[in-house]
Write a new protein. Structure first.
Length: 58
């Protein structure tokens, strides 16, 4: 899993997050943010895959 180390919660990143979004997209569908200890999906397909409810059978 690709790791993204820049601080995307720094004041400059909050004011202009788009370079961070582009860098995350370049890493792949999902990256690891070690500072926040979370996975980040910068592509819509990755983000919706994690938030779409699963169907239950049985």
């Amino acid at each position: 899993m690709p790791v993204y180390r820049p601080d995307d919660y720094a004041p400059q990143a909050i004011l202009d997050p788009y370079p961070h979004y582009a860098n995350l997209r370049d890493l792949g569908p999902v990256g690891w943010l070690p500072e926040q200890k979370v996975h980040a999906g910068a592509r819509r397909s990755a983000a919706t895959a994690k938030t779409t409810p699963c169907s239950r059978t049985g």
